[in-house]
Design a protein around this ligand. Structure first.
Ligand SMILES: C[S@@+](CC[C@H](N)C(=O)[O-])C[C@H]1O[C@@H](n2cnc3c(N)ncnc32)[C@H](O)[C@@H]1O
Length: 334
């Protein structure tokens, strides 16, 4: 049975207006207004079959066997008022991001306090170190004024086109976890495939510099296919790290030393990611930790962990005040 005319479900007190539009094309018109002034008006195409129950109620007013359907549609505006604040918050974050940020790719943000706490606990489990130590590493990178200044100055030194699509204030997001892992594991060789501007490169090298000051030497190699990548990796952080330009797989094939910490973040196709893990497998030891920056998209690192007798865990980011729903850190380890 088809809906013959539009049917509205409005609830002014809740700021909700809903109209089922028979079309074609069939659609649900959604209106919502929050107490603090966010106003949403959306037209959402729906499968015409979605209106069948409503059409039956409209065609047989008062029919007893349709009582539960009538009650159901009576609940519609109230239920919309449960769901629409999520959409309003998402739009609020979009507006903030458009006006306050310049980034158009490789988004950066801070993690919520609870998300950071859980990250610290997860890294404590992976590294078998006390959580207090991991929390100290996270606090260390977040309060490192020299590191923050470096990002500001490196940003200023870029050409206007690069500055137009990057933010001066560095926000490390999940990279605070990468930092804590380097501080806890004291790796001799860290490899990150895919460096983009070099935010991760510098954060990782900052951890290696701290390790070095404590007597634990280690070096970083980033790989990127774009010659302009890694612009942020300048002194003093390039004392312990460099970028190798070219295709990651080709670069990884030249690595002869054991890789203690590996971060996959280059070509994000599942096939390429898996090939990176296969390429580094002969260079891994029992102490090696492998991070996948694609683990929110593919299951390749979990599969690699199973195939090579490693355990696997996944940390899901919860960005604070950002429209992006977050990436994560896949971790394979023994
Ligand atoms: C998401 S970004 C890396 C972000 C970086 N890890 C960070 O912490 O900000 C992905 C990078 O991978 C690079 N890339 C893509 N395909 C590649 C390949 N086949 N080999 C090397 N680098 C590649 C891109 O040029 C890009 O800079």
């Amino acid at each position: 049975m088809a809906l013959e005319r539009p049917v509205s479900f409005d609830d002014a007190a809740r700021g909700v207006s809903l109209t089922a539009q028979p079309g074609p094309p069939a659609r649900l018109d959604l209106g919502f207004r929050t107490a603090d002034g966010v106003q949403i008006s959306a037209h959402v195409p729906v499968d015409a079959a979605a209106f069948e129950d409503l059409a039956a109620v409209m065609a047989a007013p008062g029919a007893a066997h349709l009582d539960d359907q009538r009650l159901r549609f009576g609940n519609l505006a109230r239920r919309a008022s449960l769901a629409m604040p999520t959409a309003a918050n998402a739009l609020r974050a979009v507006a903030q991001w458009l006006l306050r940020s310049r980034e158009d790719t490789n988004y950066t943000y801070d993690l919520t306090p609870a998300n950071k706490l859980y990250l610290a606990h997860l890294i404590a489990v992976v590294t078998a170190r006390p959580v207090a130590e991991i929390k100290n590493y996270i606090a260390e990178v977040e309060t490192d004024a020299q590191l923050r200044d470096h990002f500001g100055r490196a940003h200023d030194a870029q050409d206007p086109a690069a500055r137009a699509v990057s933010d001066r204030t560095a926000r490390y997001s999940r990279r605070i976890g990468w930092y804590a892992l380097v501080r806890a594991l004291k790796p001799r060789l860290v490899i990150e495939t895919g460096v983009d501007k070099g935010l991760g490169s510098v954060v990782l090298c900052a951890a290696l510099l701290r390790n070095r000051a404590e007597g634990a030497e280690g070096r970083y190699m980033g790989t990127d296919i774009r010659p302009e990548a890694g612009a942020l990796l300048t002194a003093p952080y390039n004392e312990v790290g460099r970028i190798a330009y070219g295709d990651s797989i080709a670069t990884l094939q030249t690595v002869a030393d054991p890789i203690d910490l590996f971060i996959n973040d280059s070509d994000h196709s599942a096939e390429y990611e898996a090939r990176e893990y296969e390429t580094i497998a002969p260079r891994l030891s029992d102490r090696s930790v492998i991070l996948g920056d694609n683990a929110h998209v593919t299951e390749r690192l979990a599969a690699f962990a199973e195939a090579t007798g490693r355990r696997f865990v996944f940390f899901k980011e919860q960005p604070a005040d950002h429209f992006y729903l977050g990436a994560g850190i896949g971790i394979a380890f023994r």
